[in-house]
Design a protein around this ligand. Structure first.
Ligand code: HEM
Length: 171
């Protein structure tokens, strides 16, 4: 392989976004003493979504109304704290140039907003009668929410651990 060919091959391996002048400005701005609010808030909707699905399963198994009520509370809190997480995430996306420049950050936002919409529907449906809502549509929706939040959460983790978005670059 000639020097020219090697150089061309290396050039194609360079991520074009890393050449963007603002890319390295990826440090979280929506943070308390450098601790990003988004990372602090996302854990709640993730955990509550799993709790909702678990409570639906326990209601199906035991028939105890307590679990149907617990699932309705979990869906509602997952939605409300999810909206708060979406607000902090959106502010990062809009105000941090290096985050804005990454297409993956926008992909994460689209998946996350879809998740919030389904979780909102899951909660709203339960407000019409928390016991009657569980079978079959409530549990189907919470199963779908588990899938969505897993994809969103995994993708959000990718932004931090692969692309280092929201992290300090040691300046
Ligand atoms: C419009 C909505 C959202 C936007 C624009 C957004 C944007 C971002 C951004 C820019 C990051 C990188 C870290 C940072 O800057 O703080 C991130 C991380 C992450 N996001 Fe979101 N996000 C949104 C909603 C959500 C929701 C609803 C969830 C889950 C319920 C979620 C889960 C995560 C997770 C788990 C991380 C990794 C956090 C870490 O490990 O530190 N995001 N998100």
């Amino acid at each position: 392989m000639t020097q020219d060919m090697r150089q061309t091959k290396d050039e194609t391996l360079i991520d074009p976004i890393t050449r963007h002048p603002d890319f390295h400005d990826t440090e979280s701005k929506i943070a308390v003493f450098g601790h990003p609010l988004h990372a602090m808030t996302v854990t709640f909707p993730v955990a509550l979504t799993f709790c909702c699905f678990g409570a639906d399963g326990l209601y199906w198994w035991t028939g105890d109304a307590f679990w149907a009520r617990a699932a309705a509370w979990a869906a509602g809190l997952a939605f409300l704290i999810g909206v708060a997480a979406a607000v902090t995430g959106t502010l990062e996306l809009l105000f941090v140039p290096g985050i804005r420049a990454r297409a993956a950050a926008w992909t994460h936002a689209v998946i996350a907003v879809t998740f919030i919409a389904v979780t909102g529907a899951n909660w709203g449906y339960r407000l019409t009668g928390y016991e009657s809502a569980v079978l079959p549509y409530g549990i189907l929706m919470s199963g779908f929410c588990v899938l969505m939040v897993s994809i969103t959460g995994w993708h959000g983790g990718k932004l931090v651990f692969d692309y280092r978005l929201g992290t300090s670059n040691g300046k």
